[in-house]
Design a protein around this ligand. Structure first.
Ligand code: SF4
Length: 391
């Protein structure tokens, strides 16, 4: 399994990540702009310029992404016929409404039509003869249950057209979390999905075609919190005991919280995540250090000595970051206590997370006996701590 596949998330987790990104201060309008822009870029990369394009758009945020894509494509010389499935009065979000009002003024390169029932499809059918690409921005990840009319007729029309299809975020009709299709779904040539691969796509290549995962500017920091909270609530709601829950170093779940902005994705941890409730934590981020940041090491000792004030943690520039690592450890302890977790799996050898052996000194690093600051504090409080090495 590739790294992208291992990192796949559900549509519900993606919704949580979106929500947290907005709470962090990223405007929804910006996320929509980035999403639609990524779709347009992919189309321009995969197909020739001077395209004739049909966009089928719904009245939700997926439709809004389609409006933005239509604008970018028209600006790059494409002729766009956009079919709105539903009533413009029913466009559901402020961001989609704003982008709708913009494309209405782009009359030279974007022609707009409404589809309120199967009979309105004649026009789309007649335009299809001259079209290079169809964009499916009808429902995305927002599908609940089976497709209704006029969506099912539009999906049939798309699938029978023989024209390459680019689905926005998810093919309409496909459940992006489970890969299920209730009767009918768009069979895309390409799917441009946002931020992370969706779990349901792994078994649904027949519908997704080639999947591109586009970065829409969501900070990696929100992922750990959003996915952790969501998985924990879902598991608790399903009646699972808190005793089944473990904390895990976030970087091993593929979250890019490492000092260099990368992760330490660990296959054993990912397999465990499929079976058990794992809550990702990154003590260095929880202690107030940003990502990326300089690497660091404990000078003359381990985490226990740091907690007793006998050793310090320094970064590569010689800045004392002891306070941050102690604060981060205390935050992790709070989470462990409040969730009453079974045990904790921490990244081996890290001066924060490591357990048994850690890197010491800022340069050159050397491995010494001892625990990271977080591991030491958790052990003192009676938690069972292991590393991925002994999973
Ligand atoms: Fe964060 Fe611990 Fe991973 Fe370092 S090892 S990136 S502190 S989770």
């Amino acid at each position: 399994m590739s790294k992208i596949e291992l990192e796949a998330i559900t549509a519900e987790e993606m919704a949580e990540i979106d929500k947290k990104a907005v709470e962090l201060g990223i405007p929804r309008l910006l996320l929509m702009e980035n999403a639609g822009g990524a779709v347009a870029r992919t189309i321009m990369e995969k197909f020739n310029h001077g395209l004739k394009i049909i966009v089928f758009a719904g009245t939700g945020n997926n439709g809004g992404d389609g409006f933005v894509a239509a604008r970018h494509l028209a600006n790059r010389g494409a002729k766009v016929n956009l079919f709105l499935i539903g009533d413009p009065e029913g466009i559901r979000t402020e961001e989609a409404r704003l982008n709708w009002s913009v494309i209405q003024k782009m009359k030279r390169n974007i022609k707009i039509y409404m589809i309120s029932g199967p009979s309105d499809l004649k026009k789309a059918k007649s335009y299809q003869k001259h079209v290079d690409v169809i964009v499916d921005a009808m429902l995305g990840t927002g599908l609940r249950g089976s497709l209704r009319e006029p969506f099912s007729s539009v999906v049939r029309l798309i699938n029978e057209s023989g024209i390459p299809v680019v689905s926005v975020d998810a093919p309409t009709g496909l459940n992006p979390s489970t890969g299920e299709v209730h009767g009918l779904a768009v069979k895309a040539t390409y799917t441009v999905t946002f931020h992370k691969m969706k779990r349901g796509f792994l078994e649904a290549k027949e519908y997704t075609g080639t999947v591109t995962v586009a970065d829409i500017g969501i900070p990696k920091e929100v992922e750990a919190v959003a996915i952790g909270e969501h998985r924990s609530l879902r598991r608790l709601a399903s009646g699972a005991s808190r005793k089944d829950t473990r904390l895990v170093s976030a970087c091993m779940l593929g979250i890019n919280c490492r000092h260099d902005g990368q992760n330490n994705l660990n296959e054993k941890v990912m397999w465990l995540a499929a079976k058990e409730m794992l809550i990702p934590v990154c003590p260095e981020q929880l202690g107030g250090l940003g990502t990326p940041r300089e690497s660091m090491g404990i000078i003359e000792g381990g985490g226990s000595e740091v907690l007793d004030g006998k050793a310090r943690v320094m970064n590569r520039s010689g800045k004392d970051v002891t306070e941050n690592l102690v604060r981060g450890a205390e935050e992790v302890l709070k989470i462990a206590k409040s969730l009453g977790v079974k045990d904790v799996i921490l990244k081996a050898r890290s001066p924060s997370c490591g357990c048994g052996k850690i890197y010491s000194g800022t340069f050159p690093d050397r491995l010494v006996e001892g625990d990271g600051v977080t591991a030491a504090l958790l052990k003192r409080s009676g938690f069972h701590v292991i590393t991925e090495d002994i999973l």
